[in-house]
Design a protein around this ligand. Sequence first.
Ligand SMILES: *Cc1c(COP(=O)(O)O)cnc(C)c1O
Length: 464
Amino acid sequence: MAESVAPRLRNLPSVDVVLKTEIADVLRGQYGRMAATDAIRAELEEARAACRAGAEPPEAEDVAIKALRRLDTANKTSLRPVFNLTGTVLHTNLGRAVLAEAAIEAATIAMREAVALEFDVAAGERGERDDHVRALLCELTGAEDATLVNNNAAAVLLVLNSLALGRDAIVSRGELIEIGGSFRMPDIMARAGTKLVEVGTTNRTHPRDYADAIGPETGLVLKVHTSNYRIQGFTAEVDASELADIAHKANVPLVHDLGSGTLVDLSRYGIEKEPTVHDTVLAGTDIVTFSGDKLLGGPQAGYIAGKRELIARINKNPLKRALRVDKIRLAAIEATLKLYRDPDRLAERLPTLRFLARTQEEIAAQARRVLDHVTRAIGPDFAVEICACNSQIGSGALPLATIPSAGLAIRAYTRGGMLEKLSARLRALPVPVIGRIEDDALRLDLRCLADEEAFMVEMAEGIT
Ligand SMILES: *Cc1c(COP(=O)(O)O)cnc(C)c1O
């Protein structure tokens, strides 16, 4: 055996020979000399092992091609675009809100140029980062003052730590939420240095529960929007305006974590009405916190709006510096918020609202347009038909609300994990297609299919 292996190994091209091939020029040009040499070495190592196992030695060109493929694969963007056909518009695992063009342009400029981030251009002096959006936020929420941080989880942490460090925060037992990614209200409170005082029961909390719990140690009363669940049946909660009265009588602030937080009445766009941030401020809430990338449709951010004196205390907290937003996002946020000044054209310009506002007929028409392409692409083992389905908003916003939608339902003619395999093939495409398997069908909800052209091209190229 040793006699037959040795000549094969001897016939393996050397690194230098592979580096002299034409493909190696491409390799070097694209990835640099070091990476090219390393990739060739790695390929030769594998070829050597294959020779020992009985394979014939490869040509130098083949080694170079393999090395190029190796680097192409390693160089693929990990955070890549996908077709979100899950039916969940704000899919946390797929990056939540898709940004408006105006926001993308603003962010691009902020990336490319020096910008007046903390510089008052008129006065030639140091300025404030928050000033770019403070007035806009006040205008849109009706609050006296506002600030922003990395996300709403950070906003809640910062508010609790600023206003109730070492003191009590009173919360209803019905509102001790856990949202995805291990954000649990009791844990956040502990980390914020706030003592949690639970009042009421899981299903019912009354005004007197809060009033009885307020004492000299109380730092604030917290109301939390139960974003991702609903308690139904025999229930009672104290609404924001009544709770504001109770808190104010005792001279403590009412903080409301609104979660998704919308700036406009969604019923305009055919979606169930949620109290807007403005409604919440009007109810007498002292501080409202809400997310930037849920229903608001902008970049990830956590907004804090409310009383001037409380915002000043929050801004003085050193944690604020640790949680601040960078210039790229700030630029995109300013552009997104400005779109809200023209509610009539908001649904056109803000992708989140545009997706949510699409009618079932419109989506069904799109399903008819793509049906043949998809049927041909997935081959003869499956039946594809247009189906009605229900989209969700996602990100814990309006958890029970579903929006009538349409798409394609794909069923396999035979059993044996055919649908799972098809689902994996669709995910392996250059732009992965993400659907959901439900009732023995792979469903592609087309509500969020914006680039129909690109989807058709990908389908036309076929699925391997
Ligand atoms: C989503 C949510 C949060 C967290 O917001 P992020 O912006 O995701 O950090 C906090 N509280 C409530 C009630 C939420 O719904």
